[in-house]
Design a protein around this ligand. Sequence first.
Ligand SMILES: [Zn+2]
Length: 139
Amino acid sequence: MSDLVHPLPYASWETRGWWEGCGRGELVLQRCTTCRRIQHKPRALCAKCLTDTVEHFVASGRGTIHTFTVTHQNFMAPFNEHLPYVLAYVELAEGPRVLTNVVGIDPADVRIGQQVVADYASSPRDDGEVFAVPRFRPA
Ligand SMILES: [Zn+2]
């Protein structure tokens, strides 16, 4: 079992809060101040009421594995160096689901409903920004 480290993301103006938060070791979600919906992925508008009254907040970083698959075959680097790995939808304690990896556990031991906590894979960048990719470990 090895730790899968992703290529670093590109941050658009809509997703910058998410990626910067991950760089600080925080999951930053959006909440609509009009209808109170919590959403992910980051957007300029609330996906429910379509207002632009969204604010960012730091989520708990806790979640539950909603579903997952174990990938045994992938020819693309760097993923081919970390087989098998777990790709999962984690339902955050705040409600939204994120597509992510589960690390720090033998893939054969991963279970739906398992409690997990966010962890962050980061690599140095040459532009001075700090981004990271969130993944989850058993709680
Ligand atoms: Zn709304």
